[in-house]
Write a protein that binds this ligand. Structure first.
Ligand code: UGA
Length: 453
Protein backbone atom coordinates (compact mmCIF):
# COMPACT_ATOMS: atom_id res chain seq x y z
CA UNK A 1 0.00 0.00 0.00
CA UNK A 2 1.07 3.61 -0.48
CA UNK A 3 1.67 5.33 2.81
CA UNK A 4 2.78 8.84 3.73
CA UNK A 5 4.20 9.66 7.12
CA UNK A 6 4.27 13.32 8.09
CA UNK A 7 7.07 13.90 10.58
CA UNK A 8 10.26 11.86 10.85
CA UNK A 9 10.56 12.16 14.61
CA UNK A 10 10.59 9.21 16.88
CA UNK A 11 7.04 8.00 16.22
CA UNK A 12 7.02 8.84 12.52
CA UNK A 13 10.32 7.24 11.66
CA UNK A 14 9.61 4.02 13.56
CA UNK A 15 6.11 3.78 12.05
CA UNK A 16 7.40 4.49 8.54
CA UNK A 17 10.27 2.02 8.78
CA UNK A 18 8.12 -0.76 10.20
CA UNK A 19 5.34 -0.25 7.65
CA UNK A 20 7.96 -0.38 4.89
CA UNK A 21 9.30 -3.59 6.44
CA UNK A 22 5.81 -5.06 5.92
CA UNK A 23 6.16 -4.34 2.21
CA UNK A 24 4.43 -0.97 1.94
CA UNK A 25 5.73 1.90 -0.16
CA UNK A 26 6.42 4.63 2.39
CA UNK A 27 7.03 8.32 1.78
CA UNK A 28 8.41 10.17 4.82
CA UNK A 29 7.92 13.92 4.86
CA UNK A 30 9.70 16.36 7.13
CA UNK A 31 10.04 20.10 6.79
CA UNK A 32 13.48 19.99 8.41
CA UNK A 33 15.85 19.79 5.44
CA UNK A 34 18.79 18.77 7.64
CA UNK A 35 16.91 15.77 8.98
CA UNK A 36 15.90 14.69 5.49
CA UNK A 37 19.50 15.13 4.26
CA UNK A 38 20.75 13.05 7.17
CA UNK A 39 18.24 10.28 6.44
CA UNK A 40 19.06 10.35 2.73
CA UNK A 41 22.74 10.02 3.66
CA UNK A 42 21.95 6.86 5.62
CA UNK A 43 21.93 8.53 9.05
CA UNK A 44 19.35 8.12 11.83
CA UNK A 45 18.49 11.20 13.91
CA UNK A 46 17.60 9.26 17.08
CA UNK A 47 19.08 6.39 19.06
CA UNK A 48 16.70 3.46 18.80
CA UNK A 49 17.93 -0.15 18.79
CA UNK A 50 17.40 -1.90 15.45
CA UNK A 51 15.91 1.12 13.69
CA UNK A 52 19.00 1.85 11.58
CA UNK A 53 18.97 -1.64 10.06
CA UNK A 54 15.27 -1.54 9.21
CA UNK A 55 15.60 1.88 7.58
CA UNK A 56 18.72 0.89 5.63
CA UNK A 57 17.14 -2.34 4.38
CA UNK A 58 13.97 -0.66 3.21
CA UNK A 59 15.70 2.32 1.64
CA UNK A 60 17.87 -0.09 -0.31
CA UNK A 61 14.74 -1.97 -1.41
CA UNK A 62 13.21 1.31 -2.60
CA UNK A 63 10.38 1.17 -0.08
CA UNK A 64 11.31 4.33 1.84
CA UNK A 65 11.62 7.84 0.46
CA UNK A 66 12.62 10.87 2.53
CA UNK A 67 11.66 14.29 1.26
CA UNK A 68 10.57 17.82 2.14
CA UNK A 69 8.20 17.96 -0.85
CA UNK A 70 4.72 18.49 0.63
CA UNK A 71 2.77 18.19 -2.65
CA UNK A 72 4.54 14.93 -3.52
CA UNK A 73 3.91 13.55 -0.05
CA UNK A 74 0.19 14.22 -0.27
CA UNK A 75 0.00 12.76 -3.77
CA UNK A 76 1.82 9.60 -2.64
CA UNK A 77 -0.10 8.07 0.24
CA UNK A 78 -3.67 6.77 0.25
CA UNK A 79 -3.12 6.76 3.98
CA UNK A 80 -1.53 9.86 5.46
CA UNK A 81 -0.15 9.41 8.97
CA UNK A 82 0.30 12.59 10.97
CA UNK A 83 3.17 11.90 13.37
CA UNK A 84 4.45 15.38 14.18
CA UNK A 85 5.29 16.67 17.63
CA UNK A 86 2.69 17.85 20.14
CA UNK A 87 4.86 19.67 22.68
CA UNK A 88 3.17 20.84 25.87
CA UNK A 89 1.88 24.40 25.85
CA UNK A 90 2.65 26.62 28.82
CA UNK A 91 -0.61 25.52 30.45
CA UNK A 92 0.18 21.81 29.99
CA UNK A 93 -2.20 21.23 27.08
CA UNK A 94 -0.87 19.62 23.91
CA UNK A 95 0.17 22.20 21.31
CA UNK A 96 -1.61 21.19 18.11
CA UNK A 97 -0.11 23.74 15.75
CA UNK A 98 2.06 21.19 13.90
CA UNK A 99 -0.74 18.64 13.66
CA UNK A 100 -3.13 21.23 12.21
CA UNK A 101 -0.51 22.60 9.83
CA UNK A 102 0.01 19.05 8.53
CA UNK A 103 -3.76 18.68 8.13
CA UNK A 104 -3.99 21.94 6.18
CA UNK A 105 -1.19 20.80 3.87
CA UNK A 106 -3.08 17.60 3.12
CA UNK A 107 -6.29 19.57 2.45
CA UNK A 108 -4.41 21.98 0.20
CA UNK A 109 -2.97 19.31 -2.10
CA UNK A 110 -5.22 16.25 -2.01
CA UNK A 111 -7.25 15.23 -5.02
CA UNK A 112 -8.59 11.73 -4.40
CA UNK A 113 -9.83 9.97 -1.23
CA UNK A 114 -7.41 10.09 1.71
CA UNK A 115 -7.39 8.39 5.07
CA UNK A 116 -5.80 10.82 7.52
CA UNK A 117 -4.48 9.11 10.60
CA UNK A 118 -3.71 10.90 13.85
CA UNK A 119 -0.70 8.97 15.12
CA UNK A 120 0.63 11.69 17.39
CA UNK A 121 -0.76 11.61 20.92
CA UNK A 122 -3.55 14.18 20.75
CA UNK A 123 -6.37 15.16 23.10
CA UNK A 124 -9.93 14.03 22.67
CA UNK A 125 -11.62 16.05 19.96
CA UNK A 126 -8.47 16.61 17.87
CA UNK A 127 -9.76 14.50 14.98
CA UNK A 128 -12.63 16.98 14.65
CA UNK A 129 -10.15 19.85 14.49
CA UNK A 130 -8.06 17.99 11.91
CA UNK A 131 -11.21 17.36 9.87
CA UNK A 132 -12.16 21.03 10.03
CA UNK A 133 -8.65 22.08 8.97
CA UNK A 134 -8.67 19.74 5.96
CA UNK A 135 -12.23 20.71 5.04
CA UNK A 136 -11.34 24.40 5.31
CA UNK A 137 -8.64 24.00 2.66
CA UNK A 138 -10.85 21.88 0.41
CA UNK A 139 -13.66 24.43 0.58
CA UNK A 140 -11.30 27.25 -0.33
CA UNK A 141 -10.48 25.60 -3.60
CA UNK A 142 -14.01 24.24 -4.06
CA UNK A 143 -12.75 20.66 -4.06
CA UNK A 144 -15.13 17.83 -3.26
CA UNK A 145 -12.39 15.31 -2.52
CA UNK A 146 -13.36 12.93 0.26
CA UNK A 147 -11.41 12.00 3.34
CA UNK A 148 -11.82 10.45 6.75
CA UNK A 149 -9.84 11.13 9.91
CA UNK A 150 -8.87 8.09 11.94
CA UNK A 151 -7.27 7.86 15.38
CA UNK A 152 -4.53 5.23 15.68
CA UNK A 153 -2.47 6.03 18.77
CA UNK A 154 0.94 4.44 19.18
CA UNK A 155 2.03 2.46 22.22
CA UNK A 156 5.75 2.23 21.48
CA UNK A 157 8.29 2.37 24.25
CA UNK A 158 11.51 4.19 23.52
CA UNK A 159 14.37 1.73 23.38
CA UNK A 160 12.04 -1.09 22.27
CA UNK A 161 10.04 0.73 19.62
CA UNK A 162 10.77 -1.48 16.61
CA UNK A 163 10.01 -4.61 18.61
CA UNK A 164 6.83 -3.02 20.02
CA UNK A 165 5.66 -2.05 16.54
CA UNK A 166 6.39 -5.44 14.99
CA UNK A 167 4.89 -7.42 17.88
CA UNK A 168 2.07 -5.24 19.18
CA UNK A 169 -0.08 -6.41 22.05
CA UNK A 170 -2.87 -4.30 20.68
CA UNK A 171 -3.68 -1.95 17.83
CA UNK A 172 -6.26 0.69 18.65
CA UNK A 173 -8.13 2.24 15.76
CA UNK A 174 -10.96 4.73 15.97
CA UNK A 175 -13.07 5.39 12.87
CA UNK A 176 -16.30 7.30 12.51
CA UNK A 177 -19.56 5.73 11.41
CA UNK A 178 -19.90 7.50 8.07
CA UNK A 179 -19.43 5.87 4.63
CA UNK A 180 -16.02 7.59 4.38
CA UNK A 181 -15.23 6.25 7.86
CA UNK A 182 -16.13 2.75 6.69
CA UNK A 183 -13.87 3.13 3.64
CA UNK A 184 -11.08 4.25 5.99
CA UNK A 185 -11.70 1.28 8.22
CA UNK A 186 -11.29 -1.13 5.30
CA UNK A 187 -7.98 0.43 4.31
CA UNK A 188 -6.69 0.38 7.90
CA UNK A 189 -7.79 -3.24 8.20
CA UNK A 190 -5.78 -4.14 5.12
CA UNK A 191 -2.73 -2.22 6.36
CA UNK A 192 -2.65 -3.95 9.72
CA UNK A 193 -3.72 -7.38 8.46
CA UNK A 194 -0.19 -8.87 8.89
CA UNK A 195 -0.48 -8.37 12.66
CA UNK A 196 -3.83 -10.09 12.95
CA UNK A 197 -2.96 -13.43 11.34
CA UNK A 198 -2.99 -15.58 14.47
CA UNK A 199 -5.52 -13.68 16.45
CA UNK A 200 -7.24 -10.35 16.16
CA UNK A 201 -5.19 -7.68 17.86
CA UNK A 202 -7.12 -4.67 16.65
CA UNK A 203 -9.60 -2.91 18.87
CA UNK A 204 -12.03 -0.97 16.72
CA UNK A 205 -13.82 1.91 18.35
CA UNK A 206 -15.07 5.41 17.77
CA UNK A 207 -12.53 8.15 17.20
CA UNK A 208 -12.83 9.89 20.57
CA UNK A 209 -12.52 6.69 22.55
CA UNK A 210 -9.35 5.80 20.62
CA UNK A 211 -7.86 9.23 21.36
CA UNK A 212 -8.72 8.82 25.02
CA UNK A 213 -7.37 5.25 25.24
CA UNK A 214 -3.84 6.47 24.64
CA UNK A 215 -3.99 8.94 27.52
CA UNK A 216 -5.70 6.42 29.78
CA UNK A 217 -2.92 3.87 29.16
CA UNK A 218 -0.08 6.27 29.95
CA UNK A 219 -1.94 7.78 32.91
CA UNK A 220 -2.53 4.31 34.33
CA UNK A 221 1.14 3.36 34.00
CA UNK A 222 2.27 6.66 35.53
CA UNK A 223 -0.19 6.10 38.37
CA UNK A 224 1.26 2.68 39.15
CA UNK A 225 4.76 4.14 39.32
CA UNK A 226 3.81 7.08 41.55
CA UNK A 227 1.79 4.78 43.77
CA UNK A 228 4.82 2.54 44.33
CA UNK A 229 7.13 5.51 44.79
CA UNK A 230 4.89 6.91 47.49
CA UNK A 231 4.78 3.54 49.25
CA UNK A 232 8.57 3.20 48.85
CA UNK A 233 9.13 6.47 50.68
CA UNK A 234 7.01 5.18 53.53
CA UNK A 235 8.81 1.81 53.37
CA UNK A 236 12.07 3.66 54.01
CA UNK A 237 10.71 4.88 57.31
CA UNK A 238 9.02 1.75 58.52
CA UNK A 239 11.72 -0.79 57.73
CA UNK A 240 9.97 -2.45 54.79
CA UNK A 241 11.51 -3.73 51.53
CA UNK A 242 9.42 -2.35 48.65
CA UNK A 243 10.86 -4.97 46.27
CA UNK A 244 9.44 -7.76 48.44
CA UNK A 245 6.14 -5.89 48.49
CA UNK A 246 6.17 -5.54 44.70
CA UNK A 247 6.51 -9.29 44.33
CA UNK A 248 3.95 -9.92 47.03
CA UNK A 249 1.29 -7.85 45.33
CA UNK A 250 2.36 -8.48 41.73
CA UNK A 251 1.63 -12.18 42.08
CA UNK A 252 -2.06 -11.24 42.12
CA UNK A 253 -2.99 -11.43 38.43
CA UNK A 254 -5.34 -8.51 38.92
CA UNK A 255 -2.29 -6.40 39.79
CA UNK A 256 0.62 -7.96 37.84
CA UNK A 257 4.33 -7.32 38.32
CA UNK A 258 5.21 -4.76 35.70
CA UNK A 259 5.45 -0.99 36.06
CA UNK A 260 5.56 -1.29 39.83
CA UNK A 261 9.27 -0.54 40.20
CA UNK A 262 9.97 2.20 42.69
CA UNK A 263 12.72 4.56 41.66
CA UNK A 264 13.78 8.17 41.32
CA UNK A 265 10.76 9.15 39.22
CA UNK A 266 9.47 8.72 35.69
CA UNK A 267 10.60 10.97 32.86
CA UNK A 268 10.58 11.03 29.08
CA UNK A 269 8.46 12.75 26.53
CA UNK A 270 5.27 10.82 27.26
CA UNK A 271 4.21 10.25 30.86
CA UNK A 272 4.84 13.77 32.20
CA UNK A 273 3.30 15.39 29.12
CA UNK A 274 0.32 13.07 28.81
CA UNK A 275 -0.61 13.19 32.49
CA UNK A 276 -0.57 16.99 32.30
CA UNK A 277 -2.52 17.08 29.06
CA UNK A 278 -5.24 14.83 30.47
CA UNK A 279 -5.52 17.01 33.55
CA UNK A 280 -5.80 19.99 31.26
CA UNK A 281 -8.55 18.37 29.18
CA UNK A 282 -10.44 17.64 32.38
CA UNK A 283 -10.16 21.26 33.51
CA UNK A 284 -11.55 22.42 30.18
CA UNK A 285 -14.65 20.41 31.00
CA UNK A 286 -14.84 21.69 34.58
CA UNK A 287 -13.47 18.46 36.04
CA UNK A 288 -10.58 18.00 38.41
CA UNK A 289 -8.61 14.76 38.10
CA UNK A 290 -7.50 14.39 41.70
CA UNK A 291 -5.62 11.14 41.22
CA UNK A 292 -3.62 12.42 38.28
CA UNK A 293 -2.74 15.64 40.07
CA UNK A 294 -1.34 13.50 42.86
CA UNK A 295 0.51 11.26 40.38
CA UNK A 296 2.26 14.31 38.99
CA UNK A 297 3.02 15.80 42.41
CA UNK A 298 4.43 12.51 43.70
CA UNK A 299 6.63 12.23 40.62
CA UNK A 300 7.97 15.76 40.94
CA UNK A 301 8.80 14.99 44.54
CA UNK A 302 10.36 11.65 43.62
CA UNK A 303 12.86 13.25 41.26
CA UNK A 304 14.38 14.81 44.39
CA UNK A 305 14.60 11.58 46.33
CA UNK A 306 18.28 10.91 45.57
CA UNK A 307 19.21 14.52 46.37
CA UNK A 308 17.34 14.31 49.65
CA UNK A 309 19.09 11.08 50.62
CA UNK A 310 22.47 12.56 49.73
CA UNK A 311 21.78 15.66 51.84
CA UNK A 312 20.62 13.51 54.73
CA UNK A 313 23.93 11.64 54.55
CA UNK A 314 26.38 14.48 53.75
CA UNK A 315 24.62 17.60 55.06
CA UNK A 316 23.07 20.65 53.37
CA UNK A 317 26.38 22.13 52.24
CA UNK A 318 27.98 19.91 49.64
CA UNK A 319 30.74 22.29 48.55
CA UNK A 320 33.99 20.47 47.96
CA UNK A 321 32.16 17.15 47.52
CA UNK A 322 32.17 15.21 44.27
CA UNK A 323 29.49 12.74 43.20
CA UNK A 324 29.68 10.16 40.45
CA UNK A 325 26.46 9.81 38.47
CA UNK A 326 25.78 6.72 36.37
CA UNK A 327 22.99 7.11 33.84
CA UNK A 328 21.63 10.37 32.44
CA UNK A 329 18.94 9.38 29.91
CA UNK A 330 15.40 9.12 31.30
CA UNK A 331 15.61 5.35 30.88
CA UNK A 332 17.98 2.78 29.36
CA UNK A 333 18.43 2.19 25.62
CA UNK A 334 17.70 5.74 24.63
CA UNK A 335 19.61 9.01 24.49
CA UNK A 336 16.48 10.96 25.39
CA UNK A 337 17.10 13.49 28.16
CA UNK A 338 13.60 14.94 28.24
CA UNK A 339 12.32 15.22 31.81
CA UNK A 340 15.16 12.95 32.95
CA UNK A 341 15.55 12.60 36.73
CA UNK A 342 19.32 13.05 36.32
CA UNK A 343 18.74 16.72 35.49
CA UNK A 344 16.97 17.34 38.78
CA UNK A 345 19.67 15.55 40.77
CA UNK A 346 22.53 17.34 39.01
CA UNK A 347 20.83 20.67 39.56
CA UNK A 348 20.37 19.97 43.25
CA UNK A 349 23.96 18.85 43.76
CA UNK A 350 25.43 21.79 41.87
CA UNK A 351 23.20 24.28 43.72
CA UNK A 352 24.61 22.91 46.96
CA UNK A 353 28.17 23.45 45.78
CA UNK A 354 29.13 19.90 44.81
CA UNK A 355 30.73 18.85 41.57
CA UNK A 356 29.49 15.89 39.54
CA UNK A 357 31.26 13.35 37.35
CA UNK A 358 28.71 11.96 34.94
CA UNK A 359 28.57 9.02 32.57
CA UNK A 360 25.92 7.54 30.28
CA UNK A 361 26.60 4.78 27.72
CA UNK A 362 24.69 6.57 24.93
CA UNK A 363 23.28 9.91 26.04
CA UNK A 364 26.49 11.92 26.53
CA UNK A 365 25.99 14.25 23.53
CA UNK A 366 22.31 14.80 24.40
CA UNK A 367 23.23 15.31 28.05
CA UNK A 368 25.78 17.98 27.15
CA UNK A 369 23.07 19.80 25.20
CA UNK A 370 20.41 19.42 27.90
CA UNK A 371 22.68 20.45 30.76
CA UNK A 372 24.03 23.42 28.79
CA UNK A 373 20.40 24.59 28.55
CA UNK A 374 19.66 23.89 32.22
CA UNK A 375 22.66 25.93 33.34
CA UNK A 376 22.73 28.54 30.58
CA UNK A 377 24.45 31.64 31.92
CA UNK A 378 25.88 29.83 34.94
CA UNK A 379 29.43 29.08 33.83
CA UNK A 380 30.53 28.32 37.38
CA UNK A 381 27.98 25.52 37.66
CA UNK A 382 28.83 24.13 34.22
CA UNK A 383 32.52 24.00 35.17
CA UNK A 384 31.61 21.60 37.99
CA UNK A 385 30.08 19.05 35.58
CA UNK A 386 32.71 16.55 34.46
CA UNK A 387 31.68 14.47 31.45
CA UNK A 388 33.48 11.14 31.76
CA UNK A 389 34.49 8.50 29.20
CA UNK A 390 33.64 5.46 31.27
CA UNK A 391 31.74 4.48 34.42
CA UNK A 392 35.02 3.94 36.25
CA UNK A 393 36.33 7.31 35.18
CA UNK A 394 33.37 8.94 36.90
CA UNK A 395 34.09 7.13 40.17
CA UNK A 396 37.59 8.48 40.72
CA UNK A 397 37.76 10.46 43.97
CA UNK A 398 33.99 10.72 44.24
CA UNK A 399 32.44 10.83 47.72
CA UNK A 400 29.66 8.54 46.54
CA UNK A 401 28.03 7.02 43.47
CA UNK A 402 24.44 7.83 42.48
CA UNK A 403 22.74 5.56 39.93
CA UNK A 404 19.93 7.23 38.02
CA UNK A 405 19.35 5.03 34.93
CA UNK A 406 19.33 1.24 34.98
CA UNK A 407 21.53 0.59 31.94
CA UNK A 408 22.56 -3.10 31.68
CA UNK A 409 26.20 -2.02 31.80
CA UNK A 410 25.71 -0.85 35.41
CA UNK A 411 24.12 -4.04 36.69
CA UNK A 412 27.20 -6.08 37.47
CA UNK A 413 30.09 -3.74 38.14
CA UNK A 414 33.44 -4.83 39.57
CA UNK A 415 32.60 -4.00 43.18
CA UNK A 416 36.22 -4.43 44.27
CA UNK A 417 37.38 -1.82 41.78
CA UNK A 418 34.43 0.39 42.65
CA UNK A 419 35.59 0.42 46.25
CA UNK A 420 39.13 1.39 45.38
CA UNK A 421 38.05 4.19 43.02
CA UNK A 422 35.44 5.84 45.27
CA UNK A 423 36.67 7.83 48.28
CA UNK A 424 34.26 5.83 50.42
CA UNK A 425 32.04 2.87 49.46
CA UNK A 426 28.72 4.75 49.41
CA UNK A 427 26.04 4.12 46.78
CA UNK A 428 22.71 5.86 46.24
CA UNK A 429 20.77 3.63 43.90
CA UNK A 430 17.80 5.35 42.27
CA UNK A 431 16.76 2.18 40.40
CA UNK A 432 17.24 -0.55 43.00
CA UNK A 433 19.75 -2.51 40.92
CA UNK A 434 21.35 -4.38 43.81
CA UNK A 435 20.32 -6.39 46.84
CA UNK A 436 20.80 -4.41 50.06
CA UNK A 437 21.98 -7.45 52.03
CA UNK A 438 24.58 -8.44 49.44
CA UNK A 439 25.81 -4.84 49.30
CA UNK A 440 26.19 -4.72 53.06
CA UNK A 441 28.13 -7.98 53.00
CA UNK A 442 30.37 -6.54 50.29
CA UNK A 443 31.12 -3.62 52.60
CA UNK A 444 29.03 -0.91 50.96
CA UNK A 445 26.85 1.71 52.55
CA UNK A 446 23.91 1.23 50.24
CA UNK A 447 20.89 3.52 49.91
CA UNK A 448 18.16 2.11 47.67
CA UNK A 449 14.61 3.39 47.20
CA UNK A 450 12.23 1.93 49.77
CA UNK A 451 14.68 -0.77 50.79
CA UNK A 452 16.00 0.42 54.13
CA UNK A 453 15.44 -2.87 55.85
C1 UGA B 1 5.67 5.15 27.46
C2 UGA B 1 4.73 3.95 27.43
O1 UGA B 1 5.29 2.87 28.18
C3 UGA B 1 4.46 3.50 26.00
O2 UGA B 1 3.50 2.45 25.99
C4 UGA B 1 3.90 4.70 25.20
O3 UGA B 1 3.67 4.38 23.85
C5 UGA B 1 4.92 5.83 25.26
O4 UGA B 1 5.14 6.19 26.64
C6 UGA B 1 4.36 6.99 24.49
O5 UGA B 1 3.34 7.55 24.90
O6 UGA B 1 4.88 7.30 23.42
P1 UGA B 1 8.32 5.50 27.29
O7 UGA B 1 8.04 6.90 27.73
O8 UGA B 1 9.19 5.29 26.10
O9 UGA B 1 6.94 4.74 26.95
O10 UGA B 1 9.03 4.76 28.49
P2 UGA B 1 8.62 3.73 29.64
O11 UGA B 1 9.37 2.48 29.44
O12 UGA B 1 7.16 3.63 29.78
O13 UGA B 1 9.24 4.47 30.92
C7 UGA B 1 8.77 5.74 31.34
C8 UGA B 1 9.44 6.16 32.64
O14 UGA B 1 8.90 5.42 33.73
C9 UGA B 1 10.94 5.96 32.70
O15 UGA B 1 11.53 7.10 33.27
C10 UGA B 1 11.11 4.74 33.59
O16 UGA B 1 12.33 4.77 34.30
C11 UGA B 1 9.95 4.92 34.55
N1 UGA B 1 9.49 3.65 35.18
C12 UGA B 1 8.96 2.66 34.42
C13 UGA B 1 9.56 3.51 36.57
O17 UGA B 1 10.03 4.43 37.29
N2 UGA B 1 9.09 2.35 37.15
C14 UGA B 1 8.56 1.35 36.42
O18 UGA B 1 8.13 0.34 37.02
C15 UGA B 1 8.50 1.49 35.02
Amino acid sequence: MKITIVGTGYVGLVTGACLAELGNDVFCLDLDQRKIDLLNDGGIPIHEPGLGDVVARNRAAGRMTFSTDVAASVAHGDIQFIAVGTPPDEDGSADLQYVLAAARNIGRHMTGFKVIVDKSTVPVGTADKVSAAVQGELSQRASEALFSVVSNPEFLKEGAAVEDFMRPDRIVIGCDATPAGEQARQLMKKLYAPFNRHHERTFWMDVRSAEFTKYAANAMLATRISFMNELANLADHVGVDIEAVRQGIGSDPRIGYSFLYAGCGYGGSCFPKDVQALERTAREYGQDLLILRAVEAVNNHQKHVLGTKIVRRFGEDLSGRRFAIWGLAFKPNTDDMREASSRVLINELLQRGASVAVFDPVAMPEARRALALDFAGDAAAVSRIHFCDSPNDALKDADALAIVTEWKAFRSPDFGLLKTLLKAPVIFDGRNLFEPEAMATAGFEYHGIGRSI
